[in-house]
Design a protein around this ligand. Structure first.
Ligand code: ADP
Length: 476
């Protein structure tokens, strides 16, 4: 087969716009796929994107897209960045907003129209550009699979679920503007408890469906993780598979990371970074005390309830804890109270890419007690920086971290794992990590092992290439 022409669509791509791991994957996966496909990536041209900085220019004339009674003036823009061609969809209602999806914890009222329009524009661009395959990511792009099947069914579609908990469910009143007919609005179509589910369209009308780790691919077939779609997914299980995310090894590299106080290529080289960070954060004691970090969204998914319940006991141990994140206010305020009570607990609120790199380099352990985790990038980034992950054994965490005390052959990384969803288990695992830190040689050996693990896209990009080929040729 010739090199396929692939259009990769996502609602956020680093460095243009990022609210979470999707943006990292949407940056690094297309880069890795260049070895196998002629690939372009497409996303909305949000107002926050600096057009000058990236040389983003209009491509061709504006055109109109009808959504029910309304017509929207859409224009495609483009640039080349880091060797990848990016395409941007501009339309005012989609792009000129302070947030991508809505204020923290909320969605904009017109998100169905905004992202329905984005999906129409993706398909319009794909059809005009004679692409062989559309690779769609998460609910914001999912309706494009349905639209494509109507406009050009011979074009293949792959749909990747990065997080099943966000499904894009909207009121049935949006059917007309979205162009959803009776035959689409059924239980085996987009209908979901009387509403419209974008996610279901992606699953139903794509030739293949993937999630971002093999364990999560099997977990979502169960009621605990299926978010109400477990039956639907089981029905489509023949086309479902899990392909583990990778991380971009240049973006996350302790050898060449300019955000660090000192670059390093072995765990002992972390020391100056730890000293610098302890000073920066005003944390007490020396580098002899283990430093635990948490970086991520303050959301139930990330195990914030467990963490907050466990923290008063964790901070009694001989260690420092530093937390960086933003998210739900109930978690923010409880963490702020705890940080004001304990001098060895530091809290940084907000989103700060460079600070996160300094923290990965400084820390000895990363806390990741997620209730569920489609893949998780933090643990892979941490291991690359020689920081041992302390994780709940679920989803991608189970696929990337094996317990230092276990007998199983490590899939790749080593760290500390627990299974129970309770604070006692987390505290016990942290105690184990603190003791392990005291055994310097073993700690250093394990950290060196983790730094040497291959968390690149090499293996997974090959799997996607094979999946693209099978989807285009209709093979299984
Ligand atoms: P998510 O479920 O949020 O997508 P992932 O583990 O897949 O979680 O990816 C999270 C990504 O966002 C990682 O690159 C992580 O380092 C980064 N990140 C999360 N929160 C912050 C923050 N407050 N500041 C800087 N980086 C962050």
């Amino acid at each position: 087969m010739h090199r396929p022409r692939v259009l990769f669509a996502a609602s956020e791509i680093f460095p243009f716009a990022k609210t979470g791991g999707l943006a990292d994957v949407a940056y690094s996966l297309p880069r890795a796929m260049r070895a196998y496909a002629d690939i372009e990536a497409i996303m909305p041209l949000y107002a926050s994107i600096d057009r000058k900085r990236y040389g983003i220019e209009p491509l061709g004339d504006p055109f109109w897209i009808g959504m029910g009674e309304r017509r929207f003036r859409v224009r495609i823009f483009g640039c080349k960045y880091g060797g990848v061609l990016y395409r941007f969809v501009y339309e005012s209602a989609l792009c000129d907003r302070p947030y991508l999806y809505g204020p923290p914890g909320e969605g904009y009222d017109d998100n169905a129209i905004r992202f329905g329009l984005f999906c129409r524009a993706i398909v319009r661009y794909a059809v005009r550009g004679a692409f062989d395959l559309l690779h769609l990511n998460d609910w914001q792009t999912a309706l494009a699979a349905l639209y494509l099947s109507e406009e050009k069914p011979e074009t293949a579609a792959v749909f990747t679920i990065h997080n099943l908990a966000y499904q894009g469910v909207f009121d049935a009143s949006q059917r007309a503007p979205l162009g959803l007919e009776d035959r689409h609005f059924t239980m085996d179509g987009v209908e979901f408890y009387g509403g419209i589910s974008f996610m279901k369209a992606g699953i139903r009308w794509s030739g293949r469906v993937t999630t971002v780790s093999p364990t999560y691919a099997s977990e979502i077939l169960t009621p605990e993780f299926g978010c109400g779609l477990e039956g639907f997914l089981r029905y489509h299980r023949d086309k479902l598979s899990g392909i583990l995310n990778g991380i971009d090894e240049k973006q996350f590299s302790p050898q060449r990371d300019r955000a660090l106080a000192a670059s390093y290529d072995s765990p002992r080289g972390k020391r100056p970074n730890k000293a610098a960070y302890l000073r920066e954060a005003g944390l007490p004691g020396t580098e002899e005390k283990p430093l635990f970090i948490f970086i991520g969204r303050f959301a139930a998914q990330k195990g914030l309830d467990l963490l907050i319940e466990a923290l008063p006991r964790i901070v009694q141990l001989p260690c420092n804890v530093a937390i960086l994140g933003e998210g739900e206010s109930r978690y923010r305020s409880r963490l702020s109270v705890l940080a004001s009570q304990h001098e060895n607990l530091h809290l940084a609120l907000g989103y700060d890419e460079e600070l996160s790199h300094r923290m990965y380099a400084a820390a000895d352990f990363l806390l990741m007690p997620s209730l569920f985790e489609p893949c998780g990038l933090n643990q892979m980034i941490a291991m690359r920086y020689g920081t041992l992950p302390v994780v709940r054994r679920t989803g991608g965490l189970a696929d990337t971290v094996a317990d230092v005390g276990g007998t199983e052959t490590p899939v790749c990384g080593r760290g500390f794992c627990f299974g129970e969803k309770d604070a006692d288990a987390l505290v016990g695992t942290v105690q184990r990590a603190v003791r392990f830190f005291g055994r310097d040689d073993r700690y250093m050996e394990t950290a060196a092992h983790d730094m040497a693990c291959d968390f690149s896209w090499n293996a997974s990009a090959k799997k996607y290439a094979e999946l693209y080929r099978e989807t285009i040729t209709g093979e299984r």
